[in-house]
Design a protein around this ligand. Structure first.
Ligand code: ADP
Ligand code: MG
Length: 255
């Protein structure tokens, strides 16, 4: 896709929760078309960064430019509709709805706590409904879940639930996709499948930010890695650079 080389530019982000600076003057620049890793110890501010980038939290200070727009202070619905989709650290599916219905919810641009009924509000058998179902099936197929379309989400194996979340996020047709620990709890074969899907997503021109603790995966697939510790950026560079950075080894990799 076209647009500026730097799809996301966050400047001096501060996110304060009472006395805790979950993000403390963090800059983050993401190159269009890249897979950008975000790593660091637990509590270092990674999920907070995603919540700030997606409008779930309004930063205490700082600015976020996404493509050509200043998005800090915009609602999460606005940001989602304008190109940033995400998955959550903990699975957030509608368990009693089928895989297909979960993706349909994503297609209707609803978000998180909003109503699952939306998927059911579509006029039955309309052209619109048929198109939505076809598109949702395409997305399920993309993540290898077409055969499981009619299964309730809660009955899918955990690894498949994580892929379903990705399909739902892709339903927003994002330019930037944020994945919060997508490989957590996955088996080695599941991780292999996930990595292949992440590569396919990037081939479609979608930029990714990946929060992950699986260092082999981060090092194998990320172009650039940003390292947080206690809400501050302590290093940034290629995987090889950050892996050998003394501060990173001390704060995170050494333990
Ligand atoms: P990570 O994802 O890197 O493990 P988080 O971004 O979840 O870290 O958390 C960073 C810090 O911010 C932690 O100290 C956490 O307790 C705090 N924090 C995150 N969200 C909130 C919140 N909604 N209210 C209060 N503190 C929060
Ligand atoms: Mg987290």
């Amino acid at each position: 896709r076209s647009g500026p080389e730097q799809i996301l530019k966050a400047n001096n982000l501060l996110m304060q929760f009472g006395g805790v600076k979950a993000l403390n003057n963090v800059d983050l620049v993401v190159q269009r078309g890249s897979i950008h890793g975000l790593i660091g110890p637990n509590g270092s501010g990674k999920s907070t960064m995603m919540n700030v980038l997606t409008g779930i939290y309004v930063p205490t200070a700082g600015a976020i430019q996404f493509v050509e727009e200043q998005i800090h202070g915009k609602s999460s619905a606005h940001i989602a509709l304008n190109g940033i989709a995400r998955t959550f650290q903990n699975v957030q599916l509608f368990g009693e709805m089928t895989a297909l219905e979960n993706v349909l919810v994503g297609l209707h641009h609803t978000f998180r706590s909003t109503l699952p009924e939306v998927a059911l509000k579509l006029p039955r058998h309309s052209r619109e409904e048929k198109e939505a179902i076809a598109r949702a099936m395409n997305l399920l197929n993309f993540v290898g879940l077409a055969d499981l379309a009619m299964e309730e989400a809660r009955n899918l194996p955990y690894g498949k639930q994580r892929l379903l979340e990705i399909a739902r996020a892709l339903a927003l047709d994002p330019r930037l996709l944020l994945l919060d620990e997508p490989a957590a709890g996955l088996t080695a074969p599941d991780i292999k499948e996930l990595v292949a899907i992440i590569h396919k997503i990037r081939e479609h021109g979608i930029t990714l930010i990946l929060i992950e603790h699986h260092m082999d995966m981060v090092m194998a697939i990320c172009d650039t890695v940003t390292v947080l510790d206690f809400g501050q950026k302590i290093a940034e560079g290629t995987p090889a650079e950050v892996q050998t950075n003394e501060k990173v080894v001390e704060a995170y990799l050494g333990g």
